[in-house]
Design a protein around this ligand. Structure first.
Ligand code: SF4
Length: 714
C-alpha cells in the first residue's frame, strides 16, 4: 500500500483535489481509501454523492471502546473508494490536533491496516499548526506528500511551513512529490508558484485552472473527474494520479524540499530575485540533539506538579470540596502518593492524621480532550453542590490547560446561579504553572483571601503557620508543643494550613499572635500571603529547636503573655540540664573534625550551636540546594560560617583536604573511611537535640568497620 498526504492552506481546494485524485486512481484500477483530516469533515462528501458521513471522533465520543467496529466509521463511496472522516471539535473548543492523533490511533486499533487498499490519501487541514496536524507527515503514514497552493502569498507561506514540518519528520528518504497549483486567477500566478517551487527544490506537477466545472460538479455532489471525464481538468487529474503511481513504483523520485527563510519569502512576494541564504532551521531546540544549550543534565526532578500542590493545600481544610478538572490518572497519582504517605505514617503508629477526601475528578478522557471539558466541569460542580458542599475549589490539571478550557466562565455562571456557594479557582494547569510548591501557594493565596479583617484579636490564642505540619503530627512533638503553650496559657486557634476548618481561617485574626512552625523559605513565603492579606507580622521566633532559640522564644512568649516568671523558671531548668549535658559529653567531641553537608531546606542552627558548645571543630558547614527543590535557600543565624551553593562534586577533594572524623548530612553518604550520621527534622525544644548529640557520640565511639557507616536514625 502506498500512503500519500495532501497538504495546503485551508480553503485552497485540497478536499476537491483529493476527491478527484481518488476517483482518478480508482479508475486506473487501484483500491483507494480517502481519510479526511479536517474538523469540518467535508473531505469525502464528493465521493458520497454530496452526503456527509459520521466522523470517527463523534463515534469515539459516543461509543465505548469495547463496542467500536471499523465498519461503523468507514463508508464505501463512488468507484468503491473507502471513505472516512476524522471530524473534530467546534471551533474554539477542545483540541483538533489531539483529534487527529486519536483518529489515527482509533482507525489503527479497529484494523484499518487490514483493509485491502492500494493507495491511501490523507486530506489534511491547512497549515501544520501543531503536532496533531503533523501526524500524517510521520513516516509511518505518508510515503509521499503533495502540496496544494495558489499564487497567493499566504498559500505559499503555508506550503513553505509544511515543508519545514516535513523536515522535522525525516524518514531518511525524500517524500515531497511536488506542488499542485490550484489557480485563483492572481496575476502572474503560475510564474510565481513555479519560482517558489524552483527555489524550494521541487516542481509544479499540475496546474488546475479556475473553472466553473468544479462548482457545477460539486453542486451535484460529484467530482469533475466523474462528471466531466473528457475535460482538460480530468486529464490533468489523471496525470497527477499517474505521477503518484510512478512515485509509488519507483519510476519517479520525490525530493527533499528546501523551505525558504523569511527574507527569501519576502523576495518571492516582492517579485525580487530570491537571495541566497541559509534555509531556516527546521528543528527547534529541544535538549535532545546536543546542538543546543539545554540538556537533560540541566533538568530537575520535579517534586510534583502544581495541581497536586493545590490539591494538597485544599485537602488540609476539611470542609472544602475539590473538583480536580482532569483525567482520572492525575487523581490516581495524587491520591496514591497521598494515601501512601498517610499509610506509612499510620504504620508507625505514632501519627494522627485524618485525611479528607471530598475530591471529585471530571475524569477527562481522550474524547473530552478533543471536544473540550467545560461541560464535564459544570456537571461535576453541580453534583458537588447537590451533595451539599458550599465551599468548593476547582483545580485544573495539564489537559484543560493545554486545550484551553474556559473554566472561569463556568465557575462564574454556577456561582451566580447558586448564591451562597463559594467556588475558588486554581488554574494550576498541572505542571504548566510550576511545581508542587507553586500550586500550594496559589491555593493558599486563595484560601487566605477568606480571612475576615474585621475580627478583633484575643489574648491567649496563637495561629501556627507552615506548609507542612508533619513535625507536630508525631505524638511526642504534639505533646511537647502543648506543654510549651500550656505554660503560658496559650491555645492554638488556626493551623494554616493543616487539618483546619474554613471558619478558623475566616476567624484567623482572632488569634493575637502568628507563629511560623519552622524557619524555612517555604514557610516564610506562606506567611507573605498572610501578611499581604492582613498586614500582620509573624512572631519573631519560630517554634524553637535547640537551647538558644528556645530561650529567646521563652523570653518573648513570657512578655506577650505576661508570664515572664514562668519563662525564667523554664529557662533556668533547661539551661541547667543543657550545661550538665555539655559538661558530661564535651570530652567526646572536643577537637573532633566535623563536616556538616546539608541541603539546608530546614534550619540546623541548633546543630551548629550544639557542636560548638561541645567543642567540636566545624571544618566545613556547606549548603547545597537540592536538585529537587528550586526555591529553597538557606535560612540561618550562622551565615558567616556556611558555604552556600556548595558543589557536591567537591566533596571528595574536601574529604582529602579536611580529613573529618565525622560527616553529618541530611542526604545518605558512604564515603570510604569516614563516619557518617544522618540529620533530619529533630523535634521541638531542647531535649531532642541532646538525644541527637548522644547518637553522634555513639557513632564516633563505634569502630568504623561495625557497619554503622550506612547509619542514620531510623
Ligand atoms: S503533571 Fe499534569 S498529567 Fe501529571 S499528574 Fe500533574 S496534572 Fe496530571
Amino acid at each position: 500500500m502506498y500512503q500519500m498526504a495532501l497538504y495546503g492552506k485551508g480553503g485552497i481546494g485540497k478536499s476537491t483535489m483529493a476527491a478527484n485524485i481518488s476517483v482518478a486512481l480508482a479508475k486506473k484500477g487501484l483500491k483507494v481509501m480517502q481519510v479526511g483530516c479536517d474538523p469540518k469533515h467535508d473531505s469525502t462528501r464528493l465521493l458520497l454523492g454530496g452526503k456527509a458521513q459520521p466522523t470517527v471522533l463523534e463515534y469515539v465520543r459516543n461509543v465505548p471502546i469495547g463496542k467500536r467496529k471499523l465498519e461503523d466509521v468507514v463508508v464505501t463511496g463512488t468507484e468503491g473508494i473507502i471513505c472516512t472522516e476524522a471530524g473534530g471539535p467546534e471551533p474554539g473548543i477542545g483540541c483538533a490536533g489531539r483529534g487527529i492523533l486519536t483518529t489515527f490511533d482509533t482507525l489503527k486499533k479497529l484494523g484499518v491496516d487490514d483493509l485491502d487498499i492500494d493507495v491511501k490519501i490523507y486530506d489534511v487541514l491547512g497549515d501544520v499548526v501543531c503536532g496533531g496536524f503533523a501526524v500524517p507527515l510521520r513516516g509511518e503514514y505518508a510515503d509521499g506528500i503533495i502540496l496544494v497552493t495558489s499564487g497567493e502569498f499566504m498559500a505559499m507561506y503555508a506550503a513553505n511551513n509544511i515543508m519545514k514540518g516535513l523536515g522535522n519528520f525525516d524518514t531518511g528518504s525524500p517524500r515531497l512529490i511536488g506542488i499542485i497549483l490550484n489557480s485563483r486567477g492572481v496575476e502572474g500566478e503560475e510564474e510565481l508558484v513555479r519560482r517558489f517551487a524552483k527555489a524550494t527544490g521541487t516542481e509544479v506537477i499540475a496546474v488546475i485552472p479556475r473553472d466553473g466545472a468544479f462548482a457545477e460538479a460539486e453542486g451535484c455532489g460529484h467530482t469533475v473527474r466523474e462528471m466531466f471525464p473528457d475535460s482538460q481538468i480530468s486529464s490533468t487529474v489523471d496525470s497527477i494520479a499517474q505521477r503518484i503511481i510512478d512515485v509509488s513504483e519507483g519510476r519517479v523520485q520525490p525530493v527533499y524540499p528546501h523551505p525558504l527563510n523569511d527574507d527569501q519569502l519576502s523576495d518571492l512576494a516582492a517579485g525580487r530575485e530570491i537571495r541566497e541564504g541559509e534555509p531556516p532551521s527546521t528543528r527547534d531546540p529541544c535538549g535532545g540533539c546536543g546542538k543546543c544549550k539545554r540538556s537533560i543534565r540541566d533538568s530537575r526532578i520535579m517534586m510534583s506538579c502544581a495541581a497536586y500542590g493545590a490539591l494538597a493545600a485544599y485537602m488540609k481544610v476539611s470542609d472544602y470540596a475539590v473538583v480536580l478538572h482532569g483525567p482520572e490518572s492525575c487523581l490516581y497519582f495524587m491520591d496514591t502518593s497521598r494515601s501512601k504517605a498517610v499509610l506509612e505514617l499510620y504504620d508507625r503508629d505514632v501519627f494522627q492524621i485524618t485525611p479528607t477526601h471530598n475530591v471529585r475528578c471530571t475524569m477527562m478522557d481522550d474524547a473530552v480532550s478533543i471536544f473540550g471539558g467545560v461541560k464535564y466541569l459544570e456537571k461535576a460542580l453541580l453534583d458537588t453542590i447537590a451533595e451539599g458542599h458550599r465551599k468548593i475549589a476547582v483545580i485544573t490539571t495539564c489537559m484543560p490547560g493545554i486545550i484551553g478550557d474556559d473554566c472561569i466562565s463556568v465557575i462564574d455562571r454556577i456561582m451566580k446561579q447558586n448564591p451562597g456557594v463559594d467556588i475558588q479557582y486554581v488554574p494550576a494547569d498541572g505542571d504548566i504553572t510550576g511545581e508542587y510548591t507553586d500550586g500550594f501557594m496559589m491555593a493558599a493565596s486563595n484560601i487566605a483571601q477568606s480571612i475576615d479583617l474585621s475580627v478583633k484579636p484575643e489574648k491567649g490564642l496563637v495561629n501556627l503557620v507552615a506548609t507542612s505540619f508533619f513535625d507536630v503530627h508525631s505524638k511526642r512533638n504534639a505533646e511537647e508543643l502543648d506543654r510549651m503553650f500550656e505554660r503560658f496559657g496559650i491555645k492554638v486557634h488556626c493551623r494554616f494550613l493543616d487539618e483546619t476548618e474554613s471558619w478558623r481561617i475566616v476567624d484567623f485574626c482572632r488569634a493575637s499572635v502568628d507563629m511560623i512552625l519552622n524557619d524555612t523559605e517555604n514557610n516564610r513565603e506562606l506567611y507573605d500571603l498572610i501578611r499581604q492579606r492582613t498586614g500582620r507580622e509573624p512572631f519573631p521566633i519560630p517554634i524553637p529547636v535547640g537551647l538558644y532559640d528556645y530561650e529567646e522564644w521563652l523570653s518573648r512568649t513570657g512578655e506577650i503573655s505576661g508570664k515572664e516568671d514562668e519563662a525564667r523558671a523554664e529557662m533556668a531548668l533547661v539551661e541547667q540540664e543543657y550545661d550538665a549535658f555539655i559538661k558530661e559529653h564535651r570530652h567526646r567531641f572536643e577537637g573532633k573534625r566535623i563536616m556538616v553537608l546539608n541541603k539546608l531546606s530546614f534550619n540546623v542552627d541548633w546543630l551548629i550551636d550544639l557542636l560548638k558548645d561541645l567543642g567540636a571543630d566545624l571544618v566545613l558547614v556547606a549548603a547545597f540546594v537540592s536538585p529537587r527543590k528550586r526555591k529553597t535557600s538557606v535560612v540561618s543565624r550562622h551565615m558567616d560560617i556556611i558555604t552556600q551553593d556548595y558543589d557536591s562534586e567537591k566533596v571528595k577533594d574536601d574529604l582529602e583536604r579536611l580529613k573529618p572524623d565525622l560527616i553529618i548530612s541530611d542526604l545518605a553518604r558512604n564515603d570510604e573511611g569516614v563516619r557518617f550520621a544522618r540529620v533530619g527534622k529533630i523535634g521541638l525544644g531542647v531535649r531532642p537535640t541532646l538525644e541527637y548529640a548522644e547518637y553522634l557520640e555513639n557513632i564516633m565511639r563505634l569502630p568504623y568497620e561495625e557497619g554503622w557507616k550506612r547509619g542514620g536514625i531510623e
